[in-house]
Design a protein around this ligand. Structure first.
Ligand code: 9G3
Length: 577
């Protein structure tokens, strides 16, 4: 492709609202343009990268014997009413009416569609298992679209769905997808971790993993053991129950009786630490939540954070949120900051680490007063002790005995779920087993954010001068740069090299523009094609400069050598190494 004809141009600056590197770089290098908030056009360079990512996904899905389909984006609302999800997602589900005023949704995902399809196509155990997938535009009306393709309102997803006769079959299908995901992210050049995750609203009976691309701007926090393979989204991560050396378990030994102290206007942990000169680890932090319509108090140690997902799952609640101060005052008669587990008129969930405390300090359920010397074993109802806190860095690993948990930020680029019968039951996807009995299919679903991967790769593959694409997904294999359009020999050499490479099937972006060399080199650094061939003054000696974008290495080599290298490189690429 001649860069003088390319439909996009590079920008000197990126728009102010582009906050992260991947967003800035895709705009500046001319890969995408925003049409509206969270809605983007892929310019030619961007479309080529997206297609390469799709191709890697497609190859690995096909290698795992999944069959590609393409489902509609327009979905009848009836399907979502039948599955009971029409009201669950609120304004995030984009809705519209057709000319007959029939209600439709723009598909955010396709469990309903695929289950209805399979219900009609498969009725015998002989046709199971089957895994179907598509690479398709999804719509989710995010309240705050941001970071370019990382959180868009219209985006490209590969979504796959497996159907098995039984749970063992699902385990096999799940493992095949899980392994295929490892190959896909490796081929895309991503540094990633598969982490145990929370199944969320999608539910499903048997576990779920997220694939996280490591990146500082990632919205998710991963807790990973520095010793074994344990890694989990912080939403779900656990800590070892092993008693920490310093926090000796003296719960049963303290005899001091409860004492009420006057703590005027002392509401926060920090204020308690200051006014009572105690460490946060001696404080029982009590927060009141509304779980669906039920008020519940949760108590964790002062230096820990409450994990709302764990509380929600423990209560089996649909919705959970911190109760506002008026609600707390109305329900308990106690102003916020003075609520505590002792003598409280609400159900109380006690975190494991609180149950171990010897003498704790907590709100006295009376304005301007706290209790001290609370001994949970003696004074509190411990029927609802559990793990309700976020794991903390440095906590012991829940799987191995000597590891410690470390935190990483990640971008979720894949998510695999064991759904079980959650949809097949509701939508009657059943089959006749070998003895002719009707059985419900066991499902799994598997998503990859194809457009999101592009941004995640960029977050991991750039430097101060611009993009550095992994060869597997670069828009072109070679960036051919002609230094001077005025110089006959250079011009001729570049043209011959351009046609020579292309005739060998090498993808070339040819910078044939009548621009100063400095501008060309800056643009080439920005666009990020992994290998650059510069045709300059050495052309008359039959030599060109071979520049590697990532390392910056430069070599002057014979033109024939440049072609030979690419042909070799191309063979590597087609082998998918
Ligand atoms: C909705 C809206 C947003 C949603 C969903 C439904 C997320 C929804 C979860 C999934 C689960 C898996 C198949 C591919 C892998 C992920 N956001 N989810 O179901 F109506 Cl507005 O999409 N689906």
């Amino acid at each position: 492709m001649r860069q003088s004809q390319l439909a996009s141009s590079t920008l000197r600056e990126s728009p102010a609202d582009a906050e992260v590197a991947s967003h800035q770089l895709m705009l500046r290098a001319g890969y995408i343009r925003q049409l509206a908030a969270g809605i983007y056009t892929y310019l030619p360079l961007g479309r080529r990268v997206l297609r390469k990512i799709e191709q890697i996904v497609r190859e690995e899905m096909d290698a795992a014997d999944a069959q590609e389909v393409l489902m509609p984006t327009l979905q009848p609302a009836e399907l979502w009413k039948e599955s009971g999800r029409y009201g669950v997602y609120g304004p995030e589900l984009m809705r519209l009416q057709d000319r007959h005023e029939r209600e439709f949704a723009l598909g955010p995902t396709h469990e309903e569609v695929i289950t209805t399809l399979v219900r009609g196509e498969i009725s015998s155990y002989r046709k199971l298992p089957v895994t179907l997938y598509q690479i398709q535009t999804k719509f989710r009306d995010e309240r705050r679209p941001r970071f370019g393709l990382l959180r868009g309102r219209e985006f490209l997803m590969k979504d796959a769905y497996s159907f098995d006769a039984d749970w063992e079959g699902l385990d096999r299908s799940y493992k095949r997808m899980y392994d295929a995901y490892h190959r896909i992210f490796q081929r895309c050049g991503l540094a990633f971790r598969a982490v145990e995750a929370d199944a969320g609203a999608i539910g499903g009976e048997g576990g779920t993993h997220e694939f996280m691309a490591l990146a500082e701007i990632g919205e998710d926090t991963i807790a990973a053991c520095d010793c074994c393979q344990y890694a989990a989204n912080l939403e779900k991560a656990e800590s070892s129950e092993k008693i920490e050396e310093h926090g000796a378990d003296t719960a049963s030994s303290t005899e001091a009786s409860i004492e009420k102290v006057y703590t005027p206007d002392v509401r926060t942990i920090e204020q308690l630490v200051q006014s009572l000169c105690v460490p946060a680890t001696d404080i029982m932090k009590t927060v009141v939540f509304m779980a669906d319509e039920q008020a519940v108090a949760v108590v964790v140690r002062g230096d820990h954070e409450i994990n709302e997902i764990k509380v929600k799952n423990a209560l089996g609640a649909e919705n959970i949120a911190i109760a506002d101060s008026e609600t707390v005052a109305r329900l308990t008669g106690v102003p916020v900051g003075f609520v505590g587990p002792y003598g409280l008129s609400l159900p109380v969930l006690i975190d494991r680490e609180v149950a171990r405390m010897a003498a704790g300090i907590a709100g006295a359920n009376e304005a301007d007063h706290h209790y001290r010397h609370l001994n949970p074993q003696r004074d509190l109802d411990l029927t609802r002790v559990g793990d309700y806190r976020n794991a903390a860095e440095g906590d012991g690993c829940p799987r191995c005995s000597e590891g410690k948990l470390k935190f990483f930020r990640g971008i979720e680029v894949g998510h695999v779920f064991k759904l079980g019968t959650k949809y097949s039951e509701k939508l009657n996807a059943s089959y006749l087993d070998a003895s002719g009995r009707s059985q419900t299919m066991i499902m799994g679903c598997y998503g990859i954010g194809v457009s999101r991967i592009m941004s995640a790769i960029l977050e991991q593959h750039h430097d101060g001068n611009g993009i550095i694409w992994p060869a597997s997904i670069a828009p072109y294999q070679a960036h051919l740069v002609l230094v001077s359009t005025k110089d006959e020999v250079q011009q001729q050499t570049a043209e011959e090299l351009y046609s020579g490479l292309r005739s060998r099937g090498i993808e070339v972006l040819f910078d044939d523009r009548d621009e100063r060399p400095g501008v060309k080199f800056k643009d080439a650094d920005l666009i990020g094609i992994p290998v650059r061939i510069v045709v300059g003054k050495d052309a008359e000696a039959g030599k060109v400069e071979w520049v590697e974008r990532r390392s910056g290495n430069k070599e002057t080599i014979a033109i024939e050598e440049a072609v030979a290298r690419f042909s070799a490189l191309r063979n590597d690429l087609s082998a998918g190494v």
